[in-house]
Design a protein around this ligand. Sequence first.
Ligand SMILES: Nc1ncnc2c1ncn2[C@@H]1O[C@H](COP(=O)(O)OP(=O)(O)OP(=O)(O)O)[C@@H](O)[C@H]1O
Ligand SMILES: [Mg+2]
Length: 421
Amino acid sequence: MGIVYFLGVWMRVEEILSRPSIFRDRNVLSPHFIPDTLLHRDREIESIVRILAPSSKRMKPKSIFIYGKTGTGKTSTVKHIMKFSDQLCAIFAYVNCRIYNSKYKVLQKVGKTFIGELDKTGFGLSHIYERLVAFAAGKQIIIILDEIDMVKDVDDLLYMLGRSNDEIIDGGITIIGISNSLSFKERLDARSKSSLYEDEMVFAPYSASQIHDILKERSKIGFEPDVVQESALNLIAAISAQTSGDARYALRLLIRAGEVADSKRLKTVTDREVETARMNVEDDVIIEAVSTLPEHQQILLLGLATLTTGGSSYAKLGGGGEGAGAANVDGIEPFFMSGELYEQYAKTCNALGRQKRSARWYREYLTDLEMLGLISMVETSTGIRGRSRLIKLCYDAKRLKPILEKSLSCGIAGGHSDGKS
Ligand SMILES: Nc1ncnc2c1ncn2[C@@H]1O[C@H](COP(=O)(O)OP(=O)(O)OP(=O)(O)O)[C@@H](O)[C@H]1O
Ligand SMILES: [Mg+2]
């Protein structure tokens, strides 16, 4: 009996492993993969290289702050630039501040990058700092602080790194800060602001045709030839551009569509697989995005999802949505007036037993949520109500609502402070 059972399992495993797949190399389709060529970012690459160019003449370049919505290629572009280390006569340290989220952790990571001995734990902050200053003598060091808004004591960190330049002999430390929070700048001290924002760049969301090109290029190496149909690529590009211009989302959709085709043993990826994949990908994206949001941004989103599913007098502004609160047939959610949403946010706070934040914070939350591609906003032209902002969800409210309710009730939200109180 045991042997028969084992043989059955073994045969099934064999069958699964020997099944032909339409993927040639799944890794290259992963959102973590950094491609050799970055399409449609030549201008950004050139601008950054131009700003960093003084290092090739042993002069300290200006610091750069890069911001843009999620999936607009900020991390990929900066990692691409690290390849020019020799030409720039500079050495780079890349720090993912989502992981290294304090002054100490950042400095430890930078120290470890350059000085092997610092790999051991237990060194004090001042020891690491002094070793780094000594190491930097005669060198141009470029520290990339990706998702810099995650660093709890970011003002102290920037002050310390800035001050190090007075102590480094014949060398310097330049910072490239990256964030998708527009309101981050407002939270900084004036001194940090002037040290980080010597040069500023914005990465625009990708258009449908740019996403199409990125997907096309990637599918050439990720899939077997002629697997992904042109119409499927166009559909993914259109969906992604319409929601947020996010290349990561587009790639996720592509890989999921490939998996759907594989599971059905199809030889091609068509619009139908994209449509099926869209449902799965949205849930993944929503859960990931929502779980790291500060509490009040989650409450605000919940308010918007409630309005969207419950109805409103302005719901028809979504264009095509028949009747109050009805989402359009193609899944695009309707727009709501800013004042109306604030009221709903206040009600939701009340229902959850939380103190609502002021209208000023509310506007900042909106800006952050837009940068994350979770909502989108348009200004109305002057009408009976004067100028106002219209806001809509970029994701399906019916799916978002239970995720937010769960997150807020089991306290995930409390785990991430936005420092705004
Ligand atoms: N121009 C591009 N050409 C090819 N692939 C790209 C391009 N831009 C982005 N990608 C791909 O999209 C994914 C997301 O890009 P990236 O991580 O650089 O975005 P980001 O702006 O840093 O987003 P976030 O703000 O969420 O960190 C990566 O898999 C990357 O390979
Ligand atoms: Mg990034």
